[in-house]
Design a protein around this ligand. Sequence first.
Ligand code: KIV
Ligand code: ZN
Length: 387
Amino acid sequence: MLHDPNRVYVFDTTLRDGEQVPGCQLSTSEKVEIAKELEALGVDVIEAGFPISSPGDFQSVVELSKAVSEPIICALTRANKGDIDSAVAALQYAKRPRIHTGIGSSDMHIKHKFNSTREEILERAVEAVKYAKKSVEDIEFYAEDAGRADVHYLAQMVEAVIAAGATVVNIPDTNGYCLPDQYGSKIKFLKENVKNIDQAIISVHCHNDLGLATANSIAGLQNGARQIEGTINGIGERAGNTSIEEVVMILKTHQVLGLYTNINSKNFYELSRMVSSQMRMPVQPNKAIVGSNAFAHSSGIHQDGFLKNRENYEIIRPEDVGFPDASIVLTARSGRHALKFHLERLGFNLSKAELSEVYHRFLTLADQKIDINDNDLLAMMGKQLLA
Ligand code: KIV
Ligand code: ZN
């Protein structure tokens, strides 16, 4: 298949890696509801579950396969026939099925998880891909813990699984270990040293243990990867996965990278709230792109600059991610300009001297109350009007 070299495919794993988080488990119908919204968002792949892990997960893959038609539906397996058979059965209704199979690639995993050798693991990887390929054309292979794997062995593994039929090779930083330049160099090495690499898409799957998941994903894309894996709100194992909304908005904001996705970014805010409420996982207020404070300006200096020209303090327009609107929050750190803005909005046009007087009363109130809302302002002005 020919791919536009600048197009980045988005692989959503909210319903698999995200749903593994304790307390985030969803019913099949809740998963279907989210999957339909992911389809509307424009993701290319939905990882619907790990069918062998439980009857519920199996059923979810079946129902998601029936409910969505545009994105590829992907099912996770380990590198063994039982897992693959279960995934094939669960994907029977998928219009565009994908099997995501794989095995550990770091010496740590090879020795201490599989009690095995590099040679044996390589054989198991190839066998799994060949076996899955008999039933499904689109096979993604994950080299688990690739972030800590020896890059020469990783290259050998990637070359062998592509030769066996893998269409996508996923290079996960499973433990969120890498620095961005280390991860980027790993992808570059594969791009330059695996002789059949052009027959597959390189995918990046990063965890956030050191807070670097998004930075590492971008480094991977800058070095030749063309699929990014992540979740809405960055939920996922331990400190989470790369957050899709962050990667998409980075590519939009930094067009100099020359990369684009098919995502309708205006759907982000609503989907973020849906995922948060269904998974009972609050979004931290300062979360990039979708946090409640992501477009709130509260200090006097910022508010003044924002009111003169919003681009002074706004690199993304809130409406581009479906955010209700930027807000000027009134606190004890706000200046006269912000107070004037809100009073005018409420119909009070004050002279400079009047504003000065009201501002002092506002500061007294704001010292006592964390957030000042419209009712507080009206009450404050009422007092003044009555006086
Ligand atoms: O983090 C990881 O390595 C994974 C794989 C199963 C893809 O989630
Ligand atoms: Zn993962």
